[in-house]
Design a protein around this ligand. Sequence first.
Ligand code: APR
Length: 254
Amino acid sequence: MLPSRFVKTTEISQELRRRFAEARNVLVLTGAGVSAESGVPTFRGGGTSAVWKGMPFDVISSADMVQRNLPAVWEWFDYRRGVLESLKPNPAHHEIARWANRFPDFTLVTQNVDGLHQRAGSRDVIELHGSIWRARCVKCDSRHQIERGSVREDACLECGDRLRPDVVLFGEMLPPGAFEQAALKASQCDLCFVVGTSALVYPAAGLPEIAKKRGAYICEVNPEMTGLSHLCDEVISGKAGEILPLLSETTGRE
Ligand code: APR
């Protein structure tokens, strides 16, 4: 069943304008689609899914592969970091970064590991799936930043053991506390945006459901319908980089 308001254009409804202007507590959940206009390939969408050297991404990006062939996992993440080196945040990232100063209470939760939200100026981003710009020791669990343009460390500087990407891989748990923090914020928000996610991966896709139960207004921005569209009060079919900036425009107040 289509949601009560299905807007097939870049239109911002009166209802959403009003709620955007009056909101006190806003939560934004983003997925790979928010970075698509920056040139970051999505995992799914458009009927395809990412493949690396003949291996589906959920095989190379798995806990099992870390056990079996950590160098291959690093090769995949080194390649992805290489792609990201030259890419920049797009208007969607910049708009979301501005919202942090607009609403008394604002939470940005992302499934993305690309760091583009932070490069656009977002702070305190809840990274549900970790970050491609960090490595983690398989033994002492210490985190190590990987600076842009630098060669990553081979071994843990603390204990000398092997490092792995600090990214949540298939078959792994989310970072301790990340989802709990996001779920608490989702249960308190009055306006929730779901931007650029196919909503196929849980528990992330469960956050808008928590917000909905709390009575929040749920707005999805995605060129395609998703597993969450039926739950949303409003679905805006379009690209995040084109749609999100319209929200500040239409309500005037930066
Ligand atoms: N603006 C908004 N949405 C877009 C855009 C765009 N410009 N371009 C594509 N999309 C949408 C697609 O229609 C699709 O619904 O973004 C979504 C991307 O979906 P996925 O590739 O499945 O990415 P995501 O939902 O973030 O995946 C969740 O799965 O692979 C794991 O850990 C990985 O974090 C990832 C998780």
